[in-house]
Design a protein around this ligand. Structure first.
Ligand SMILES: *[C@@H]1O[C@H](CO)[C@@H](O)[C@H](O)[C@H]1NC(C)=O
Length: 434
């Protein structure tokens, strides 16, 4: 025990010793307290005393109130608190409502930003054989202000924001009749005739054909009435632009076409432009390597060239995307500047020529339609009608694009495919006789 005398606070010290030390410590404490009280009567923290003083004074008041007063005060505080929290929840509700409104307002903007994001997003390349480039571009945000009247019509006519559109004036009335009769027969509800004159507009109305006649005071319509063939071709691309701006995917259709199935059941919808081809077999329709021979070059006599038969600008499916609208603008612009150009050639040049020095090409995704399902009249009259197997195949459409005697050939197609007349196609030559 003697060995543990090292401190007055050690628990193991002897009781008597502990008692006397404790008494001494208390005495010293009291003495020091008196000394400090004498020299610092307002305490050590005099500097911030006014603040402390005020606080103390307030609480003193409360403490000093009677029991009754304090409970009244508590009740008052309670009801104040309830009122405050009610106000608070009302405010919260208003904030929530405002936030919701703000979110709604931001949605359209957000959609637009997402389009940019989709294109701008960065990815690591996946493993070998698993990567796939973007070909399905995002659609534009529909803009009804472009043509509210047309927007209303399309709301009624379109199915899943898709429809067939054909431009027609009185000159093609007979073909138009075969055209819409075939569409009605198949039961396609989503189609629309853009009437370029009053006669066609009333003809459609009397035949229960959905029709849209533009306002006569709209600038480009003077082209429709007075313009030549090429001017009307340019008009086609300008009018089509409005449909895309309104957010619709369109099958642009000439009227020298017979429908045998619903084309919307046979689309891939993965490209900006999905078009029927003027090609007549796998090579010409889908592309091939055409080797050009120049013997004078000796060892390098063979030059490889990429070939594809043109897309048919009289029947294509076009999605409402920026590249699609750019295509229409480029074609319309060139047709107006080069009055002797052929719209189909311009359409293909814009679609296929790559960027090169001094020229920015269009970067649109393209898909060639199956040339047996979306059949041109060369395929039908040169190949299909002579082949027992191919004769049994039912196309989606037949486009009489290769022959000038369009109306009789259209009627023959109906005879063959709809009425089952096996001889209906026989009287026509493969090509035209000029
Ligand atoms: C054409 O291509 C299809 C598939 O792409 C193939 O099934 C068919 O055999 C080809 N025809 C010829 C004549 O090569």
């Amino acid at each position: 025990m003697t060995g543990r005398r090292d401190g007055p606070l050690m628990r193991n010290s002897g009781h008597s010793l502990c008692g006397s030390r404790l008494a001494m410590a208390v005495t010293i404490g009291v003495f020091l307290g008196c000394v400090f009280a004498f020299f610092y009567p307002r305490g050590f923290f005099a500097a911030d005393s006014p603040i402390r003083g005020r606080r103390i004074a307030k609480s003193d008041l409360q403490v000093g109130s009677s029991q009754c007063e304090s409970s009244e005060r508590i009740n008052m505080l309670k009801s104040e608190f309830v009122a405050e929290s009610e106000k608070n929840s009302e405010l919260k509700k208003q904030v929530r409502e405002l936030t919701e409104k703000l979110q709604l307002a931001e949605q359209r903007k957000d959609q637009a930003q997402k389009q940019v994001l989709v294109l701008g997003e960065q990815h690591k390349a996946g493993p070998f054989g698993t990567v796939k480039g973007l070909r399905t571009n995002p659609t534009v945000v529909p803009d009804e202000s472009v043509n509210p009247r047309l927007a209303k019509i399309l709301e009624k006519v379109a199915v899943k924001r898709e429809l067939i559109v054909a431009l027609a004036n009185s000159k093609v009335k007979d073909m138009l009749e075969v055209w819409f009769a075939s569409i009605k027969r198949v039961g396609i509800p989503n189609y629309l005739v853009v009437a370029l004159d009053e006669d066609i507009a009333s003809y459609c109305k009397s035949n229960d054909v959905p029709v849209y006649k533009r306002d006569p005071d709209e600038g480009i319509d003077s082209v429709a009435r007075t313009g030549g063939n090429h001017a009307v071709s340019g008009l086609k691309f300008r009018i089509l632009r409005e449909f895309l701006q309104l957010g619709y995917s369109i099958i642009l259709s000439d009227v020298d076409i017979v429908y045998l199935q619903n084309p919307f059941n046979h689309l891939y919808r993965d490209s900006d432009v999905e078009s029927m081809t003027d090609g007549h077999n796998n090579m010409t329709a889908y592309g091939y390597n055409d080797v050009f021979d120049e013997p004078a070059m000796g060892w390098a006599r063979y030059a490889h060239t990429m070939r594809i038969w043109v897309y048919n600008s009289g029947f294509f499916y076009i999605r409402p995307t920026i590249p699609s609208i750019e295509l229409l603008d480029r074609v319309a612009n060139r047709l107006s500047r080069e009055p002797n150009s052929w719209d189909q050639a311009v359409f293909n040049e814009e679609l296929f020529f790559p960027s090169h020095p001094g020229y920015d090409g269009l970067h649109a995704a393209r898909r060639t339609m199956d040339f047996y399902l979306f059949m041109n009249s060369k395929v039908l009259f040169k190949t299909v009608r002579k082949d027992a197997k191919l004769r049994k195949l039912r196309p989606v459409i037949v486009h009489v694009n290769y022959h000038p005697d369009k109306l009789p050939r259209m009627k023959a197609v109906v005879e063959f495919y709809v009425n089952g007349n096996q001889h209906a196609l026989e009287r026509f030559p493969d090509g035209s006789d000029w």
